[in-house]
Design a binder for this molecule. Sequence first.
Ligand code: HPA
Length: 281
Amino acid sequence: MTLLNDDNLLYAIDQGAAALKAFIGDDVPVAGIILGSGLNPFADTLEDARVLPFGDVPFMSVSTATGHKGRFVLGTVPGTGSRVLCMQGRLHKYEGCSGLDIAFPVWLMAECGIDTLITTNAAGAINPTFNVGDFCIMRDQINMTGQNPLIGRSPDLIAERFVPMLGCFDADLRAIAREVAAVEGISVQEGVYLALTGPSFETPAEIRMFSAWGADTVAMSVVEEVIAARHVGMRVLGMSLIANMACGIEGSDPNSDEIMDVAVKREGDFSRLIAGIIAKL
Ligand code: HPA
């Protein structure tokens, strides 16, 4: 159920940010991390972890997607001494969430003083040179969800609505991610990420079209979060786990069980990669 609208957004941000600030306390986390499908276990690796269900934050929608726990987890990444605020689960348009609902937690993080967003998901590879199990650093994005969280009057009162999107994924963070992956021996690609609403998967004809457009990966999340984060000046790193080849690539016909299986197998490397990146922030 969507709780936000253009009329209550500023009040909702005040209320939501007060709840999140009370949860976080004075020590601002070095990053907010949104954990996508199957990547939730990273939050379970945090030390001194504390949990705040999305439902305890005023005006925040709750997660309904499979494997998305729908809660904030605050804790220290082992071996780094750095605190992060994770979203164990996210909100998607296919659950009925609006652009405002999806942007809301990102705006709350910024209100709490968090200046870096790491957003992650499982994605299908359109680029045939990518392999299932690789990670892919987002270099750029194509928003085909048909929604933009900045539509309306209120987002423009939070910050300027005409947000430049050149370099929406921070070049320094991408370099750090590549460096950590090399040190850890984890296979990473870099590419253009395209998002649709889902929940149906794509057809082979759609995937051929997206390939011609220059998209390397495809999934059903992230782009609204990136727009919201750039809107309030956060720097952003986007990272996908390649959970499957996109529909029609090498005869693939993706399904959600296959995606979760790959995510579970790659959980350990994902946690090492994110921990290595956090250590360098
Ligand atoms: N398509 C859309 N969303 C996805 C995919 C895909 O192939 N894989 C994981 N999420």
